[in-house]
Design a protein around this ligand. Structure first.
Ligand code: AMP
Length: 552
């Protein structure tokens, strides 16, 4: 082989991002919304200095290469500092999803062996209850001046930075294949699974987010980061911004439409990233209140299918282009993006294209596999399971082989069903995995079924996703009652209330005679989903509308 003579050993690590923040974009800013509606502003140059202090503070806490460091935080300045400092000292940033169930949270903290957890003061009440079940965590570092509550072994973020002192930090060399960040996904059956990103995968992915046919982050942009930093690295926006010099506008915990609209009017972001539920809320709010969304040119939306009407309404009423992206925690997450050619006008074909999940980003390869395990043609009609591969796609889960069936000889089986058109654009048509996505977060149908079936009057329960304008999907629970039982939908809700998170509670039940089964005796939810779509699902009762189950 005649070897190329390039600097192929130059490592793709987050050190480069930090260097760029310091030297190429010192004037870019991070703006964080505070509880009184004012904002805190710090430049990238100042942020890099605080990252140096934080890196030293991590060393003082005994954090070294490979150690896992948790964050339990909203989108804000300090979380961004942790995004940079933890991987740059060779440790692993473990972003904890604050919306997970108590048992799931303690499971992932213990499974990841988090040594230290950094927690926003506003989130202390959530974490303090769970801290006794996290014996391996040596310190809880509280960010902000708020109460540390009953958290044990606490330290204060600003004290640590103060003690660490100013000055440059000598970062250790890091291999680009070294783990940099860890994010668990509950969008699978069984326990949450850890996706362990490397420096290299984060660098390549965030470079791709800068492309014109993707997020198109640039130095001229200001990005409002609504998608949580605890969910798949906020789609790579913070990393992309560090590379490109994009200002970051962080809403912290103020995600209601009113606060976001005020923040948009005041800070004039050009780009925003969020799930359809939040966009739908914003649109509704804009119908009833005078809002100024005129700064927004480009909005990235994904996490669930983005309704075509939502995109049209934004464009026609506010001149905001909402583009759809598709991906998963396992795909870093950006894998496809839909930014059709604008020059051909906005006819129906254009909107058909916009409503698709789009083309794979460069370096992401896609294939569809049918029921017969054969590849499906890209004819725009035939469907199959989407499988993906590429340098920022997970190869396996962290310390857990129970999800190994998702990895098929170098391809990730996504559990999404789609058709590809001959121009290489993907349209998701269904989901093979047994989960429900409501407002961007997962509900496990299996767990919900188990809790419903724990009721003595219930013989069988099968939970399916019901399309919902606001939340994208909501759980609909099909139940078979014991003969002679007359428990109502509301009675079942009372049974579930102490057992599951409030937002998991089904809005609707269907009292059916039997759950359809496959040839091997498994619940055949395809049949239930089809009946729901064709409006032939019997015995449907909305919660709060009836005191007794119908007899059918
Ligand atoms: P998560 O790992 O929680 O980010 O969830 C990833 C899953 O969300 C995907 O496998 C899809 O099922 C769903 N998803 C994400 N983006 C889209 C989209 N644009 N359209 C339809 N489903 C989506």
């Amino acid at each position: 082989m005649l070897e190329g003579l390039m600097q192929d050993d130059f490592p793709l690590t987050l050190h480069h991002m930090l260097r760029r923040m310091r030297s190429c974009h010192p004037g870019a800013e991070v703006v964080t919304l505070t509880p009184d509606g004012s904002t805190e502003r710090v430049t990238f140059g100042e942020t890099a200095e605080r990252v140096d202090r934080l890196a030293r503070a991590l060393g003082n806490l005994g954090i070294g290469p490979g150690d896992r460091v948790g964050t339990f935080a909203w989108n804000n300045q300090r979380h961004f500092e942790l995004y940079m400092a933890i991987p740059c000292v060779g440790a692993v940033l473990h972003t904890l999803n604050i919306r997970l169930f108590a048992e799931q949270l303690t499971y992932i903290v213990n499974h990841a062996n988090d040594e230290v957890i950094f927690v926003d003061d506003s989130l202390v009440p959530l974490l303090e209850k769970l801290a006794p079940q996290m014996p391996g965590v040596r310190h809880f570092v509280v960010m902000g001046d708020g109460d540390a509550g009953d958290l044990p072994r606490t330290l204060r973020y600003e004290d640590l930075l103060e003690q660490a002192g100013p000055g440059a930090f000598d970062y250790p060399a890091v291999d680009e294949r070294q783990a940099a960040a860890l994010c668990y996904t509950s969008g699978t059956t069984g326990n949450p699974k850890g996706v362990l990103y490397s420096h290299r995968s984060i660098c390549l992915h965030s470079t791709a987010t800068l492309m014109t046919d993707a997020l198109a982050l640039s130095r001229r942009d200001r990005a409002l980061v609504v998608v949580p930093m605890f969910h798949a690295n906020a789609w790579g926006i913070p990393h992309g911004a560090a590379l490109a010099g994009t200002d970051l506008i962080m809403p912290d915990r103020f995600l209601q439409a009113e606060s976001l609209a005020a923040l948009i009017a005041a800070e004039r972001p050009t780009i925003v990233g969020c799930v359809p539920t939040i966009f739908a809320d914003l649109l509704r709010y804009a119908e009833q209140h005078p809002v100024d969304l005129s700064s927004l040119k480009n909005a990235a939306c994904g996490g669930s299918a983005v309704p075509r009407q939502l995109m049209k309404d934004f464009q026609e009423r506010h001149d905001v282009r909402v583009f759809q992206a598709w991906g998963m925690t396992e795909t870093s997450p950006m894998a496809t993006y839909s930014r059709p050619d604008e020059s051909r006008g906005h006819d129906d074909a254009y909107w058909d294209d916009r409503a698709k999940q789009g083309r794979p980003l460069p370096w992401v390869e896609l294939r569809l596999i049918g029921d017969d395990e054969e590849e499906v043609d890209w004819d725009g009609q035939s469907t199959g399971e989407v499988q993906v591969r590429g340098p920022w796609i997970a190869a396996r889960y962290f310390n857990d082989d129970s999800g190994d069936e998702k990895f098929d000889k170098g391809w990730l089986r996504t559990g999404d069903i789609a058709a590809m058109d001959p121009q290489g654009s993907m349209q998701i048509t269904d989901r093979a995995k047994d989960v429900i996505k409501s407002g961007g977060e997962w509900i496990s149908s299996v767990e919900l079924e188990n809790e419903v079936m724990a009721h003595p009057d219930v013989v069988e329960a099968a939970v399916i996703a019901k399309p919902d304008e606001r939340w994208a999907e909501r759980p609909l629970c099909c139940v078979v009652l014991r003969e002679g039982a007359d428990i109502s939908a509301d009675g079942l809700i009372e049974h579930l209330r102490p057992r599951v998170a409030k937002w998991w509670l089904p809005d609707e039940f269907a009292f059916i005679a039997e759950v359809p089964k496959t040839s091997v005796g498994k619940f055949d939810k395809k049949v239930l989903r089809r009946q729901l779509g064709e409006e032939t699902l019997p015995g449907r009762v909305m919660v709060g509308t009836s005191s007794a189950a119908p007899s059918s």
